[in-house]
Design a protein around this ligand. Sequence first.
Ligand code: AHG
Ligand code: MN
Ligand code: MN
Length: 357
Amino acid sequence: MTAPNSLSDHSLDRDCTTLSRHVLQQLVSTHKADSPLAPAAQDISAIMNRIALAGKLIARRLSRAGLVDNALGFTGEVNVQGESVKRMDVYANDVFISVFKQSGLVCRLASEEMEHPYYIPENCPIGRYTLLYDPIDGSSNVDINLNVGSIFSIRQQEGEDLDGKATDLLQDGHKQIAAGYILYGPSTILVYSVGAGVHSFILDPSLGEFILAQENMQVPQHGPVYSVNEGNFWQWEESIRDYIRYVHRHEGYTARYSGALVGDIHRILMQGGVFLYPGTRHKPEGKLRLLYETAPLAFLMEQAGGKGSTGSEALMDVIPGELHQRTPAILGSAEDVELVQSFIQERLREAEFANVH
Ligand code: AHG
Ligand code: MN
Ligand code: MN
């Protein structure tokens, strides 16, 4: 006899809300009929659907990467950031372009892997949106079969961008309409926000659909994890070293660092704590890029009740000077981000005092 709800029974054991239905519900319920976003709800839902398609294609490639030719390793090229390009970076970058090329939704795509945005002029009269993305985040993990991610952010195009310089993108994080990430781990998880809470979806490979896992996620106000590359200890400002000394000397802290921001941030979103990528002596702005790494993650953290800071200002308030601008980043539980900031402020006060006297 087969027990009800056993694995051989293919009935659904949860209310299967798909991503596209969820996005539509969110936009319709949170924006009044006269809001400029209401007519765009279908567009945003369709864009999210395309991002999900890109995620499925990338997840499929990653799961078979060791079995097919030319999926792993480096291309031999160096990208605009001066970083060696991996084959998977190129593949994932092209996947996003190809899923949006025919969509009629997105007019420009700006990515870590491209010096200038990729323009799709035929889409411009219909959908004036820009997708900003990091196609593979944590690409050093690809060749060793550890988790990686994709990060995305959607902004409305402002102005004509006739000179092709996309200067209208150089605005603060509050201009983001939606943001999120896809984590390629033991399962593929998509986390997004359209400014009305943070929601996660798990890819059911048998259905090919992202199914709602958690709605209105809240990051704990404090958590045990601190996530930072301590190999840079002697490259940091003294204030960051003060914070790390503090966690070393107090019980209740534990270090976790995977080399892939999306995975580390996902852990913190679920369990609380703080992720840091501070400036270093050689790179005062740190490593992470604002428009397609730290601003989308700050948007999510704030939506989940957490915080995102450069150390001196909210990440969401930073106006970049250029498309690929880097910023120091402190992201996570509100109390933990504030604690790091308190060490920074303390050192600033000391420096001011020393200047005056
Ligand atoms: P990317 O693979 O997109 O270049 O990003 C890598 C980032 C981020 O995912 C991670 O947190 C960080 O770089 C790791 O850098 P370090 O090796 O310097 O710690
Ligand atoms: Mn990255
Ligand atoms: Mn990347």
